[in-house]
Design a protein around this ligand. Sequence first.
Ligand code: MN
Length: 152
Amino acid sequence: MSIDPSAVIRPFHEAEFAWEEVPCQPYKETGDALFKAISRRVLFAEPALGCELRYFEMAPGGYSTLERHEHMHAVMILRGRGGCLLGDQVRRIKPFDLVLVPPWTWHQFRATEGETLGFLCMVNATRDRPQLPTEREFAALRSDPNISAFLE
Ligand code: MN
């Protein structure tokens, strides 16, 4: 197993809120508004780890894809405040809060507080593809007033 020495220590630069040698991958926005104003940075993805640690960031008003899947997410909020949908719960989130997304649980993160929202997310390296809600599933989620307000 060989590891690129430049990937061993990569300093963080507070002014840019960015890590050296870690490219920022903005999501390509499409017309269907499944996500908005979100970027991803892959921090660790060494195959021998068996998992990946990513950093996601949403501009104020931005949100991640509403989805579910068999694999789990282990999330720590790192920056800003916002909200998250987890199953049938809508919760406010703030730095250092921990969020475990269990298998097959609808989830979405939103920068709802007029601030940039950033979080670390750990996942299995090998994982299933996310499912998006069908129209029927989306309607069922929206029938809950809390969730409907969150998704507005
Ligand atoms: Mn997910």
